[in-house]
Ligand binder design. Structure first.
Ligand code: ATP
Ligand code: MG
Length: 431
């Protein structure tokens, strides 16, 4: 036997029964997106490296150390597996001039890649759902994308306040950030003795990111740092207040966290995170904000944008921790077929049942034949199906099938006509 191969470290197989929860979450997401008027986009997983360097900023965790970048062996192009979704969506909108006719509400679901140390809630291939709302400058859409998330939590059985909560902040505009940045650098320089290597390196290149440190020794310096909110002008404050007013009116509780900064350089004005205390260090389930400069930075006509990215693995872990219900993945019925010779007669009946919306699994035999009735019933039971459909020779000779309830000891077995599947399909479906 040859050596068995394994998946790449930090990249996971998603298998049944766990995949059922994923499908349920994704279909809930898609249904919500359509109710809010968001359209689906699918961009390539591989993009030019320059897209992320220009889009995310050189001095970010992602661009500095997390990207899977490589050279195309055939033509030497510099390529990267996408580490996030926004840059690719913006590139596509620019490339196809999609914002010419006004604003767009978009969403995506798919894999992202970052070379990080794998741990619970942190992987090298992970999945994000995201929205990008492009072309609308007002705080109303910032609030809309946040409310959409609350609706998602509710439909998934998560409770705000208990399972996760909202933090918001405003990063203002570039000139306000510059003034704050200068004050911040002065403050950090005054405490240079307690800064770690990372902080020293970023002190002048990206001091805001120093505030994002997880180093406990630096917390006092971080806490005492000048706050950006005190440098915001009238328009920025009005935008922030506009977001808060909608959230207040909608009864959504939040905490203003003046130290909330996001990992990517492209954010301005509103930033937010949904955080949980149920996942240890990987407590941010979803992060987002406004990025009014990004579209132009990537070569498009200047146009505002706002969006979020939701980590699906973390969401699944949270659903598990919160003991949210797992949807049933079992079929309605399992077809017990004692003799392989009757399959040509049976299979068209199963086709008719499926066309009528019944989920039915056919017993498929092995090289020794169909197997005993006993072993077929064992399979039927293990499938979780509510009914066994018994296609015995006697039943088939009479043009019938025996329908046997498997989960309800009180319910009686019945015989149903093969010629009129529609007459009894609903009974299997709606039990
Ligand atoms: P963190 O601070 O945890 O590294 P981040 O700020 O890098 O998160 P974003 O780039 O904002 O994360 O991505 C949005 C969401 O995607 C995160 O809130 C998280 O739920 C998820 N996410 C990010 N990186 C990973 C990863 N390596 N594995 C799993 N999920 C991730
Ligand atoms: Mg990160």
């Amino acid at each position: 036997m040859s050596e068995r191969l394994s998946a790449v470290k930090g990249m996971n197989d998603l298998l049944p029964p766990d995949s059922a929860r994923w499908e349920w979450v994704e279909s809930t997401l898609r249904s919500l997106m359509h109710r809010y008027g968001y359209q689906n986009v699918r961009t390539p997983i591989v993009e030019p490296t320059a897209l992320f360097v220009r889009g995310l900023g050189e001095v970010t965790d992602i661009v500095e150390k997390e990207m899977y970048s490589f050279e195309d062996r055939l033509n030497g192009d510099q390529l990267t597996l996408r580490p996030e979704g926004t840059a690719g969506v913006v590139r596509a909108m620019n490339e196809h001039s999609f914002l010419r006719e006004g604003g767009r509400r978009l969403f995506y679901i798919g894999p992202m890649f970052r070379h990080e140390r794998p741990q619970k809630g942190r992987y090298r291939q992970f999945h994000q759902a995201g929205v990008e709302v492009l072309g609308f400058p007002g705080p109303d859409v910032d609030a809309e994308i946040i409310l959409l998330l609350r609706a998602l939590w509710r439909e998934l059985g998560l409770v705000e306040g208990r399972d996760l909560s909202l933090e918001i902040n405003s990063l203002g505009q570039p000139d306000e950030r510059r003034a704050h940045r200068e004050a911040l650098i002065r403050h950090l320089e005054a405490h240079a003795d307690v800064l770690d290597e990372d902080a020293k390196r970023r002190l002048h290149s990206n001091p805001l990111r120093v505030l994002d440190t997880k180093n406990p020794a630096m917390q006092p310096v971080v806490e005492a740092a000048p706050q950006l909110i005190d440098f915001l002008g009238e328009a920025s404050l009005a935008h922030f207040n506009g977001v808060k007013a909608v959230l207040d009116a909608a009864g959504l509780a939040y905490r203003v966290n003046p130290r909330l900064v996001r990992g990517m350089d492209y954010y301005n004005l509103t930033v937010f995170e949904w955080v949980t205390d149920k996942l240890g260090a990987q407590g941010t389930v979803c992060g987002g904000g406004r990025y009014d400069g990004l579209i132009e930075q990537l070569g498009g006509k200047p146009s505002p944008g706002v969006g979020w990215g939701l980590g699906l693995e973390r969401l699944m872990l949270l659903l598990e921790a919160a003991q949210a219900p797992v949807p049933a993945a079992a079929p309605d019925a399992y077809a017990v077929v004692p003799s392989a010779a009757s399959l040509p007669r049976v299979m068209p009946v199963l086709e008719a049942l499926r066309a009528a919306g019944v989920a039915v699994v056919m017993h498929a035999g092995n090289t020794e034949g169909q197997g005993s009735m006993k072993s077929q019933f064992k399979r039927a039971d293990a499938s979780g199906a509510r009914y066994a459909l018994i296609f015995g020779d006697d039943e088939l000779a009479r043009g019938e099938v025996a329908v046997k309830p498997l989960r309800d000891a009180q319910a009686a077995q019945s015989l149903q006509p093969l010629a009129d599947v529609a007459a009894w399909a609903a009974q299997l479906r709606n039990a």
